[in-house]
Design a protein around this ligand. Sequence first.
Ligand code: 1CP
Length: 344
Amino acid sequence: MKTSKKLLVRALNGETLKTPPVWLMRQAGRYLPEYRAIRKNARNFLHFCYTPDLAVEVTLQPIRRYDFDAAIMFSDILVIPDALGQQVQFKEGEGPVLEPVRNVEHIKALSSQGVLDHLSSVFEVLSSLRKELPDDKTLIGFAGAPWTVAIYMVEGRGGTQGERARIWAYQDPQSFSSLIDLLVETTTEYLINQIDHGAEVLQLFDTWSGLLAEEQFERWVIDPTRRIIEGVHKVHPDVPIIGFAKGSGLLVEDYVRKTGVAGISLDCNVPLSWVKDVLQPRVTIQGNLDNQLLVAGGDQLEIGVQKIMANLNTGPFIFNLSHGIVPQTPPEHVARVVECIRSY
Ligand code: 1CP
């Protein structure tokens, strides 16, 4: 099937569909027994991401089980710091641990030279997926947005409020911007190559954009995102890019106007009537079922799905979550959501 005929791409090109395309952030992951079975044999998480056979297999698992409209390649946003030469580890039960970047010398020690070679297995995963995916499914590539990746690079671990990065950005914006610029340049090349290898849609994850005050948001979220999208579109003008500026509240309107995203992935703390009236006329909406309601299940789950459908399925729309599926999610709740959307 031609890419432009696929449901996800049609929605991103502004079409209102009777039944919206559906995929869920972190649709591959520990809530699935078939994922855990493969994961337990992998040496470590990064090695798992870099082993094409395994990454392809776990990408396809949720497509087989739920018939989602799109597959997101299995990888992680932290492969970029790893490829830049920063030490990155995923510790069991602890999450990512990085050798922190805290000053100009640390930034200078990073190198964008071998990044694409280092990530060649990711491109292999995409090429294989394009061959193996059912014809009507869209293949999504992704990267972390510079601000969110920088937070992990500077803090050295998850579970922070990005304090060090935020203070650095205020105290010495010039040196902090050299880190952001390096990420803009590297991420742009990385995404262009993802498209060259079969990605049909891209998503930029800015999970921690909601930590920033208005001017900082403009400088460290909007501007780098706009530059990446411009750079990608210079080479591949027709590939739609979805932005996930999580937690950014009302600032998301500016993000939509200035970055060039074709779709905006929303979390669940935005009023749906505002989304419908203000955002949806400009951009395709993706979202925004509370990922904890997906754990909770029951009647509330179906009511939640229907409320989103009633508000947002009257314009260009992609069904998704507020944030990724968590490991405690009962797999049968995911099946109910898909059924509920398709029988709406
Ligand atoms: O052991 C495991 O299985 C590790 C769990 C896990 C998984 C399944 C991690 C570690 N990463 C992933 C895959 C992943 N990460 C995908 C795959 C595709 C899919 O959606 O199915 C994607 C898109 C990501 C992106 C990602 N990684 C983000 C952005 C999206 C989001 O959820 O906010 C972030 C912030 C990360 C960092 C990361 N990687 C892994 C963990 C536990 C974390 C979060 C650390 C933290 O801040 O606490």
